[in-house]
Design a protein around this ligand. Structure first.
Ligand code: AMP
Ligand code: MN
Ligand code: MN
Length: 331
C-alpha cells in the first residue's frame, strides 16, 4: 500500500495536502512533515487547513506556508487527506477536493470510512505522524530539523505526552530518532503546554464549575457556552485539554465536553444558532468512537467527537448525554 502511494506520488504534478478543521498537533505536524518532505524531493505541494493555526503551534515556522484559501484546489492532480476519518473533516472544500482525480487517505482513526482511491489507515499507529514518518523513510527523504520537530509534536500531542492508550513502542522509537536529529523535548513541551492566556485560566474556572456528574458517577459532563468564551475572551484554541479535568475525576469512565461553536452559525427557522461540538473521552472501558459515530462523528476508542445537528439545543444535547449514562450502565 505504502509502495503504491510512493509510486503514485512520483508521477504527481501538484499535490494538495489537507488536514481536519480546528487542527491539533498531529494534524499540523503531519501536514508540515509531509509537505516539507515532498518539497525536498521536488514535488510541488499546497498545504491546506481551513482553520487558523493555534498559537501554540506557530513555533513550527513553516505553518506560515499553510494556506486557508481553497482556490488552489483547481490545478492539483492529487490530494492527500491526513488525520481525517472522513473527507468532510477538512471542511467546506471537501466537495471540491473529492473531484481531484486522485485522493489518498492517510489516517489512524478507528472510524475511518475508507474514502479515497488509495488509503493507508493504520489504527495501531499512535498518531498520523507515525505513518508520515514511515512514508518519509520510504521516500528516502533526509529528515530536517523542522520535519523532526513536526513529527515529534504530532506524536507528543496525540499521545498526550506518552500517556494515552495509543502510546506504543513506535512513539518512543520515532521520538528518540527525532531527538537524535536535534529535537529538544523540553523546548517543544514548553511551546505546546507551557504558557496559557489569562483568559484560558478564567475559562478553566467556569469550565470546572460547569461539571455535572451522572447519578451513577460514571459519566461527567463539562459545558462551555458562547457566553463563557465571550466573557473570558477565549477561542476554541484555548479549550484544548480542558476535558481532561472531567475525565480524571475518580470513578468517571466517560467524560463529555459540550462546546458551543463560536464561528459556526447555522440559520434555523430564521434565527442564528451556533453549532455544538461534543468531545468524548473514556478510560478505555467504553468505546466512545461508537457513541460519536452514532451521532455522525468519529474518533478513537478513548477519544472521539461529533458536531451536533444544527437544530439541537444545548439543553437538548445535555439531556441526550445524561440519557446515555442510563443506556451505558443500565441498572
Ligand atoms: P477532540 O475531542 O476534538 O480532541 O477529538 C477527539 C477525536 O475525535 C479526534 O481523533 C478527532 O479526530 C475525532 N473527532 C472530533 N470531532 C469529530 C467530528 N465532528 N467528526 C469526526 N471525528 C471527530
Ligand atoms: Mn487530529
Ligand atoms: Mn491523530
Amino acid at each position: 500500500m505504502m509502495d503504491q502511494i510512493v509510486q503514485h506520488l512520483k508521477s504527481s504534478g501538484h499535490v494538495f495536502i489537507a488536514t481536519h478543521v480546528e487542527p491539533d498537533g498531529d494534524a499540523i505536524g503531519s501536514l508540515l512533515a509531509l509537505g516539507l518532505a515532498f518539497e525536498s524531493r521536488g514535488i510541488k505541494v499546497t498545504m491546506y487547513n481551513e482553520s487558523p493555526i493555534p498559537a501554540v503551534y506557530r513555533f513550527l515556522s513553516s505553518v506560515n506556508r499553510i494556506v486557508h484559501d481553497a482556490a488552489v484546489v483547481i490545478d492539483c492532480d492529487t490530494a492527500i487527506i491526513l488525520d481525517c476519518g472522513n473527507i468532510h473533516r477538512i471542511g467546506r472544500v471537501a466537495e471540491k477536493v473529492s473531484q481531484i482525480p486522485f485522493v489518498i487517505n492517510i489516517d489512524h482513526h478507528i472510524t475511518n470510512n475508507g474514502f479515497g482511491q488509495l488509503k493507508y489507515v493504520d489504527t495501531s499507529a499512535c498518531a498520523t505522524a507515525e505513518i508520515i514518518y514511515r512514508l518519509i523513510k520510504l521516500m528516502d527523504v533526509t529528515i530536517t530539523g523542522e520535519m523532526a520537530a513536526s513529527i515529534y509534536t504530532g506524536i507528543m500531542t496525540d499521545t498526550s505526552s506518552f500517556r494515552f492508550s495509543n502510546t506504543n513502542q513506535a512513539a518512543f522509537s520515532i521520538c528518540e530518532e527525532m531527538i537524535a536529529l536535534g529535537v529538544k523535548p523540553n523546548d517543544i513541551a514548553k511551546r505546546v503546554y507551557g504558557t496559557y492566556s489569562l483568559g484560558r485560566i478564567k475559562l478553566l474556572n467556569l469550565a470546572l464549575d460547569s461539571i455535572e456528574i451522572s447519578a451513577n458517577g460514571k459519566l461527567s459532563m463539562m459545558t462551555l457556552t458562547r457566553e463563557m468564551m465571550d466573557e473570558t475572551e477565549t477561542s476554541s484554541e484555548d479549550t484544548d485539554g480542558l476535558i481532561n479535568y472531567a475525565r480524571n475525576i475518580e470513578g468517571v469512565e466517560v467524560a463529555v465536553l459540550i462546546q458551543e461553536n463560536q464561528n459556526g452559525y447555522k440559520k434555523i427557522r430564521g434565527s442564528k444558532r451556533s453549532t455544538i461540538n461534543v468531545s468524548l473521552r473514556s478510560d478505555g472501558a467504553v468505546d466512545v468512537s461508537r457513541i460519536a459515530a452514532s451521532f455522525g462523528g468519529g474518533g478513537h476508542i478513548s477519544a472521539a467527537g461529533f458536531t451536533a445537528n444544527a437544530d439541537t439545543t444545548l439543553l437538548g444535547i445535555k439531556k441526550k448525554i445524561l440519557g446515555l449514562a442510563e443506556q451505558l450502565w443500565p441498572r
